[in-house]
Design a protein around this ligand. Structure first.
Ligand code: ADP
Length: 213
């Protein structure tokens, strides 16, 4: 995964020297810093391994143009939904609203994905449930399908899409979670729920990226 890229003062000096006089040999870098080559070797390997410098045999060191910040964003852009998704939490459309509320508490989740014959048909969130409190709905008799947000209005994501795409969908649509789905082509397109990705998954990833040694 991504490492914290924090360079020492000497490594920063090396980057500056290479930027100014590339291509430059390790010997010339060492001369400019009044050090010997072997002292510089560990710094140069850190800088090449992290992608900031490129070493071409018999030519010297080049600056790749990458900063530590865009290296991090390059890494983040490669993380896929399937790497951080949680298990799906689903109920059938026919479940009563009352049972769905109990389920929401037991599972400690904010949204439930609803299925019809095993395929995604809707989403029910806390707000949808709260709305029923201001109506005159019988929570024991009314099926959850009655109050859910329905397909085709459900925003979903494929496990092979990037986490960045998931985050963009969450922000654009002002929602808390996305069902992770696999597409099935029958008479019409249908989706099986294989996971869920929430703002919490993404916050956890953010913490992991920011604290990893
Ligand atoms: P909360 O109820 O905590 O505000 P959301 O912001 O996720 O949770 O939900 C707001 C509304 O958007 C609800 O009506 C819910 O049914 C709907 N919704 C939630 N997730 C999705 C989704 N992935 N696609 C479409 N609508 C959604």
């Amino acid at each position: 995964m991504v490492r914290n890229i924090e360079f020492s003062e000497r490594q920063e000096q090396i980057i500056e020297i290479v930027k100014e006089t590339q291509p430059i040999s390790s010997e010339n870098i060492a001369n400019k810093l009044n050090l010997n080559r072997s002292t510089l070797r560990p710094d140069l390997s850190i800088l090449t391994m992290s992608g900031i410098l490129e070493a071409r045999p018999r030519v010297g060191y080049f600056f790749t143009g990458r900063t530590s910040l865009n290296l991090v964003s390059e890494k983040i852009n490669k993380i896929l939904v399937e790497e951080i998704q949680s298990v799906p939490v689903v109920l059938d459309e026919s479940t009563s609203i009352y049972d769905a509320i109990v389920f929401m508490f037991l599972e400690d989740i904010g949204s439930i994905y609803i299925t019809d014959n095993g395929f995604l048909s809707g989403v029910v969130s806390r707000k949808d449930i709260i709305k029923t409190a201001i109506g005159k709905i019988d929570l024991y008799k009314t099926p959850i399908g009655f109050i859910m947000t329905r397909m085709p209005n459900i925003i979903h994501i494929d496990p092979k899409e990037t986490v960045i795409n998931a985050a963009i969908k969450l922000i654009d649509q002002e929602i808390d979670s996305l069902p992770v789905v696999k597409k099935y082509n029958e008479d019409t397109i249908k989706y099986k729920v294989v996971g869920r990705i929430t703002k919490t998954n993404i916050t956890n990833l953010f913490v992991e990226l920011g604290t990893e040694e």
